[in-house]
Design a protein around this ligand. Structure first.
Ligand code: PEP
Length: 249
């Protein structure tokens, strides 16, 4: 019932030329993937050129971040209406790198998610515990808090349009992946949270992605888990071949 979704997060990589070359090469090998959605999250600078390069393709665009206001004196920031204008269908909010390097709070994550929803873009709300929190047995309380505050004031309808990405911080860019069982346990917890918060139907509909050192070798066993509906990949999305393998996993 839930369509799989694979998002490649390029972080701060690729010039416009490199991004367009990648998109053209990826589009060529993408037949037979109608049963899944695919999106690329490039740096802001490549969004417009990618929209043009991807015309006629099923690959969607995802923003890596957004500001919580629609416009105003916020030098250096990009708003949700601007992202809608360049064709973004999805937008990441609360990626652990933004939380860690830029001090992003759950409250800001919530404002960003609401800004995206106002602009007709589906937020991808990233949650996940650090290694210390996991070792202290705080995984579920941490994820619950991120969800409670990150989804604050969202209606059940808003939540149905939202995607959650479970990304244990200790697995991002480290080469350590959560085992399929570890990931499934947290995904199940997230789905139950959504059920309490927005009802059974929303819980059945919301897509929950896994992210954290996903690669072509571990993708299929993660995707085989009941509550893992897709992948958010960083490093493995930077090369056409490995990203294509993730899409086909
Ligand atoms: C990410 O950027 O969201 C991510 C999961 O990165 P990586 O796949 O490189 O761990």
């Amino acid at each position: 019932m839930r369509k799989a979704l694979i998002i490649g997060n390029w972080k701060m990589h690729k010039t416009v030329g490199e991004a367009v070359e990648f998109a053209r090469a990826l589009s060529v090998g993408l037949s037979g993937t109608d049963d899944r959605d695919v999106a690329i999250a490039p740096p802001f600078t490549a969004l417009y050129a990618l929209r043009e390069a991807l015309r006629g393709s099923t690959i969607a665009l995802c923003a890596q971040d957004v500001h919580g206001e629609d416009q105003g004196p916020f030098t250096g920031e990009v708003s949700a209406p601007m992202l809608a204008d360049v064709g973004c269908r999805y937008g990441l909010v609360g990626h652990s790198e933004r939380r860690r390097h830029f001090g992003e709070s759950n409250e800001q994550v919530n404002r960003k998610a609401r800004a995206l929803l106002r602009a007709g873009i589906s937020p991808v709300v990233c949650v996940g515990e650090s290694l210390e929190e996991r070792e202290a047995g705080q995984t579920f309380s941490m994820v619950r808090r991120q969800l409670k505050e990150g989804l604050n004031n969202l209606s059940a309808d808003d939540i149905r349009r939202t995607i959650v990405a479970y990304e244990p911080v200790w697995a991002i860019g480290t080469g350590k992946t959560a085992s399929p069982g570890q990931a499934q346990e947290v995904h199940d917890f997230i789905r139950q949270f959504i059920g309490h918060r927005a009802g059974k139907e929303a819980a059945a509909e919301v897509r929950i992605l896994y992210g954290g050192s996903v690669n072509p070798e571990n993708a299929a066993s993660l995707m085989a888990q009941k509550d893992i509906d897709g992948l958010l990949a960083g490093g493995a999305s930077l090369e056409v071949d490995s990203f294509r393998k993730l899409i086909h996993s």
